[in-house]
Design a protein around this ligand. Sequence first.
Ligand code: ADQ
Length: 476
Amino acid sequence: MTDPVDLVVVANRLPVDRVVAEDGSVSWRHSPGGLVTAVEPIMQRHDGAWVGWDGGPDGPDEVFEQDDITLVPVPLSAEEVEGFYEGFSNGTLWPLYHDAVAKPTFRRDWWEAYRAVNQRFADRAAELAAKGATVWVHDYQLQLVPAMLREKRPDLRIGYFLHIPFPPGELFAQLPWRRELLEGLLGADLVGFQRVGGAQNFVRLVRQRLRHKTHKDRVYLPDGRIVEAAAFPISIDFEALAAMAATEEVQARARDIREQLGNPAKLLLGVDRLDYTKGIYDRLEAFGELLAEGALSVEDAVFVQVATPSRERVDEYRRLRDEIERLVGRINGDYGRIGRPAISYLHASYPRNEMAAMFKAADVMVVTPLRDGMNLVAKEYVACRDDEDGALVLSEFAGAADELKQAFMVNPYDIDGMKSTILQAMRARPRDLARRMRTMRRTVAEHDVADWAAGFMRRLEEPREHHKQLRPFDDA
Ligand code: ADQ
């Protein structure tokens, strides 16, 4: 057991990966995701612990320290990985919350696994938190944790942030366990969403389905507690990425990338986890049609598509990979020439500086998800364009569209619209691009990830009022 701490972060994944060497020895490698960058300074200030799963079956459960943070693993069995993670989280909630772009599967055994694993996360956090401590719970895998935690530890201040979209009531209502999930979230004092629309969907559902009194962004519970729902659009470490992109090493690598692609007039880039919500297929199809119609040729344009391997044990993802690779093969076969592919397709993960070089090399960044909580790639591209050039083509269905209003907006379901907007972005005048990019850079620099985390914590730690329990339905 470790000493109680003032701040506990509870997330599906720990900010480290377990590495098993050939001799069987285990070590931990820092995995520098956005969430770690965001909460690390707050954790260090607060004396914090991070509760999460190590990403594999049957991991260890000893607490350990890394970079001044106490890491508390929650081990999952192979069946739990299947039921809780691949099943309910990624086979039910993920598609449902993304407009049901793939059909969600509803299975009672997955739900049982989800409940049991959420309880284990909540129990772990309850053991670690000091009296009156703050607990910050993250994402769709852990929606029951706030209420489970409050049940054990009513003294805690509990915040919850959903990284993916929160769907409209018509979709959410399909869930056989809709009531339990809403009640789970209401265990928090503050429920954060990427977009204002997500917060509104949540409050409306709570009113309609649970019959609680609500007013604007507040829910008035019968026991006198007030739960707030609000938008906190997540962001990136703008300064660090901009500084990396400005180094001679990254600039040289960007030139190198263009050269290796045969110095095309325009380089278009897509960077996504290989996920059906990201709109990769339709985007490449739009590009293929532009080549087919002669609006573009491989001399004018090369499309680099980075598709990060993701959830490869789930059938839907394997199918998607096959479909995309077939399409890429067809387009390259029809329009590529020796040494000049139409699409350069990379199914791999890259270090940050290589990503920065790709962003720096690309004239047009094509971000066209069918639905996305935020989409950090769009913000990362903007951070890397210190010369204020480059065009961002952005789906209106990404959370980032609320802030990056100067992007070339598209409806990713409208292939003709996407085609003409890609051409417009490729042909835009440098002055127009600079004007757009300057404003977007200012927006992301002002609202970086530190600002996001500090804003959430400030709101969570504000003194809390209680409403009068005797008259809960009067005048709120
Ligand atoms: P994701 O769906 O993973 O995140 P995104 O926001 O784009 O989507 O973040 C992906 C991150 O992975 C980016 O930082 C990107 O640079 C990195 N990345 C992608 N491909 C890579 C590669 N091949 N090699 C190395 N790094 C790569 C979820 C939600 C989003 C939300 C975030 C944060 O779905 O909507 O923005 O969480 O809340």
